[in-house]
Design a protein around this ligand. Structure first.
Ligand code: UTP
Length: 306
């Protein structure tokens, strides 16, 4: 199999679970400590040796393009004040990667967003990274999938175990064959089944390595979809055509930052691992747990906090 060098990042959704924040600001630009979520995703891609990023955006999301671009006035200002290091990480991204933008005019579903990027992919395997799934792991989550794709010469989707009552929020796989504790051959995939109809507790999360053949399947299901075009339906179609698809239980912790709760959890977790922020945030959390905390003690004045 040829090297996997391209990733499609669908970022054109409406972000309704995070309204009103997402009315004018893309959820992909939510801050995770000092950088937007999308930058964290690109850094995972770079750590997995991906060079080409095809980002599917939509109206009112130009802040995404602007973030991954040169800014001569800001650079000159920072240079004058000896503060170039503040944007060094973006500089490094721009020097080592290529960005292509594709516009989705209407949010017709994840499958549709990926289908729109078909002209950027040749007869090759490529990655898909959903920017609202942040995966904190020792080995980058995408790289874990790429290793399996090279080994099996087939498409691989990331999965995690979920409580069955959460099945209606996910695509769920049925297992054709268990290969190792973490690796499964997929029998079928069902989008958002009821708890009763879920074929397993193995839910699809936001990382994939897919064969270019997915585009034929997306083409096919596009003719039959009445509502959104689901990626899971296209994967089902590939399975029907006897294409092998594997599912890998990614090692790491996944945060769904598409909701305020998931986003707050992701920030706390990232802060507690970050050399610059961990000390002060840990102290703050410990303090919140005591009755001395100003949150619980109304007689206490508002304190200076950095
Ligand atoms: P989600 O369903 O999590 O995102 O799609 P959403 O639709 O923006 O969020 P809610 O459900 O309304 O709160 C997963 C990813 O696919 C992209 C989204 O931007 C997100 O990154 N997506 C989804 C598209 O690019 N286009 C679509 O039509 C739908």
């Amino acid at each position: 199999m040829e090297d996997i060098t391209k990733v499609i990042i669908p970022a054109a959704g409406n972000g309704t679970r995070f309204l009103p924040y997402t009315k004018a600001i893309p959820k992909e630009m939510l801050p995770l400590l000092d950088k937007p979520a999308l930058q964290t995703i690109i850094e995972e891609g770079i750590a997995s040796a991906i060079k080409n990023y095809i980002i599917v955006t939509s109206r009112d999301k130009s802040s995404i393009e602007n973030h991954f671009d040169a800014h001569p006035a800001l650079e000159a200002f920072l240079k004058e004040h000896n503060k170039e290091s503040l944007v060094e990480c973006i500089d490094r991204i721009l020097k080592t990667t290529e960005f292509t933008y594709v516009r989705q005019q209407e949010a017709l579903g994840l499958g549709h967003a990926i289908w729109l990027a078909r002209h950027c992919i040749q007869k090759e395997y490529f990655g898909v990274m959903l920017p609202d799934d942040i995966i904190v792991s020792k080995q980058p989550a995408l790289e874990q999938l790429m290793r399996i794709a090279y080994q099996e010469r087939a498409s691989v989707i990331a999965i995690q175990e979920i409580p069955l009552e959460c099945a209606p929020s996910y695509g769920i796989i049925s297992v054709k064959k268990q290969i190792t504790t973490h690796l499964f051959q997929v029998g079928s995939v069902i989008e958002k089944p009821s708890q009763k109809n879920a074929p397993s507790n193995l839910a699809i999360i936001g990382r994939y390595v897919l064969s270019h053949k997915i585009f034929n399947s997306l083409d096919y299901i596009r003719n039959y979809s009445v509502d959104e075009i689901q990626l899971t339906d296209a994967i089902s179609h590939m399975l029907h055509n006897n294409e092998k698809v594997f599912a890998y239980k990614v090692q790491g912790i996944r945060y769904d930052i598409g909701t305020p709760t998931g986003w707050v959890k992701a920030i706390i977790s990232l802060a507690l691992q970050h050399p610059h922020y961990q000390g002060s945030i840990r102290r703050y959390i410990n303090e919140l747990n005591t009755v001395e905390s100003h949150l619980y003690n109304t007689s206490k004045n508002i304190e200076h906090s950095i």
